[in-house]
Design a binder for this molecule. Structure first.
Ligand code: SF4
Ligand code: SF4
Length: 436
């Protein structure tokens, strides 16, 4: 008995330490984002959402009768979850404190993202994990496979097989998996997925996709109306908001950006090097690289990562207006345009990168590799060669979920920005537009 009460006290002390560290680190990153100049009106909703989840440590803001379903990849169609009357929450994590806990219970070479997931689940203290009625884990790499096994010790986990190619047979097989997920969602929520609930879900997610497409259009305008770090914060908050609430909040931001464009306002008067970030996911609060880009005098102008634009970029295309047609549209949207390196042939990613470079007048690319993330690291050489042909400088930044490498990252990003400045033509003075 004495031992168990001591164990209990020790656990309470550990929990307190975890909560205090976790909330302090997250609050610090939120502060740094708030301190960046030029945040658009309407930004507060997204910052408050992240604060609510990670500093106040609360669940997502939906009626208590509604169930949440955890997902671990953009290839899980949110529409199915909404069609079952539940709400999806993305559980990939960028949390440093949870990473340190996960580090003790996972292999040394596992990636920090899954270490942080393991850490959160192990502590049992995060409502967004604890409240999930089911978790859907697409097996896109070995780390995801093993984390699915680990999570199933704590909760109801469904895995999805992700094919290595995107042939018609692969799509057929994916459609079957989606039907299987429908059954599991129905059994967890007690709600039937019907033609009407599924088309209603397409409408909900479609509104968010529409606002996102407008946001991306405004974000691309030159001179810039918004910083990439603010844009990424908005995208990250989507993981913890109902799609319709997120769409409404993004609409306010779009209106304020349109107003800026009309008034001739811009984020900065200086001609800052325009940088694109690609590679392993950047998940809040691990936003040290976007922050460093903008704090060191660059503009984070393009984003090809999964917690960013990629997550909701491609809307599903329905060619057959039946239930099965909608399921096929979801399978096609999940697999065909996805430039994740989990696929054997990923030439689409090169096409997408070139498109983003052109549309955003990118001058340099930062290739982010989370330590242990082999799939992304594997593609670095290919991307470096392709960008070399376009004379676009690229650097590979390997990073972890801790702050020990911040100085080293700062030095490398600063040197990269200087290199781009040397390549760009001298600045002409312009007084026609007002900086925020
Ligand atoms: S990087 Fe790949 S595995 Fe990870 S969320 Fe994106 S699509 Fe899924
Ligand atoms: S794709 Fe990379 S970052 Fe994502 S779970 Fe796998 S190893 Fe980790």
């Amino acid at each position: 008995m004495i031992t168990s009460s001591r164990d209990q006290e020790r656990k309470e002390r550990q929990d307190k330490r975890f909560i205090s560290k976790e909330t302090q680190t997250t609050a610090k990153y939120l502060r740094r984002i708030e301190e960046l100049s030029g945040a658009p009106e309407g930004m507060k909703t997204f910052l408050d959402t992240l604060r609510h989840i990670y500093v106040d440590m609360k669940g997502i803001d939906i009626p208590s009768s509604q169930k949440t379903i955890g997902t671990y990849c953009v290839m899980v169609p949110q529409e199915l979850i909404y069609a079952a009357g539940a709400v999806p929450v993305k559980l990939c994590s960028g949390n440093y404190t949870a990473f340190f806990i996960g580090d003790d219970i996972t292999p040394r070479d596992a990636c920090p993202l899954v270490k942080a997931v393991a850490g959160f689940k192990h502590t049992g203290l995060m409502p967004i994990y604890e409240n999930c009625s089911m978790m859907i884990v697409p097996v896109t790499c070995d780390c995801k496979k093993k984390i699915a096994g680990m999570l199933s010790d704590y909760c109801n986990v469904v895995t999805m097989h992700i094919p290595t190619t995107k042939n018609d047979d692969d799509i057929d097989e994916y459609v079957m998996q989606l039907y299987d997920i429908c059954e599991k969602l129905e059994s967890v929520t007690g709600n039937r997925i019907t033609y009407d609930t599924l088309s209603g879900a397409f409408y909900k997610v479609g509104r968010a996709q529409y606002e996102l497409s407008e946001f991306i259009r405004l974000k691309k305008l030159s001179p810039y109306l918004i910083r990439g770090t603010h844009a990424m914060t908005i995208m990250n908050a989507a993981a913890y908001m109902h799609a319709e609430a997120w769409a409404d909040a993004l609409r306010s931001v779009n209106l304020s950006l349109s107003l800026r464009a009309m008034k001739g306002e811009k984020v900065t008067n200086k001609k800052l090097p325009r940088i694109l970030l690609t590679g392993s996911p950047i998940v809040f609060p691990n936003v040290k690289i976007p922050l460093l880009i903008e704090e060191m005098g660059g503009i984070f102008a393009g984003d090809e990562t999964c917690m960013g634009e990629r997550g909701m970029w491609d809307p599903p295309v329905i060619t057959d207006n039946s239930f099965d047609g909608m399921m096929r549209a979801l399978a096609n949207r999940s697999l065909r345009p996805c430039p994740c390196p989990t696929f054997a042939d990923n030439s689409q990613r090169i096409y997408r990168l070139k498109q983003l470079i052109k549309e955003n007048q990118i001058q340099g690319v930062i290739y982010h590799v989370l330590r242990g993330c082999l799939v992304y690291d594997f593609e670095y050489k290919l991307i470096e060669d392709e960008l070399g042909k376009l004379d676009i400088p690229v650097i590979r930044l390997e990073s972890d979920y801790n702050e020990e490498d911040v100085e080293q990252l700062r030095i490398r990003i600063e040197a990269f920005i200087e290199l781009i400045k040397l390549k760009q033509p001298p600045e002409k003075s312009s007084k026609s537009r007002r900086a925020l």
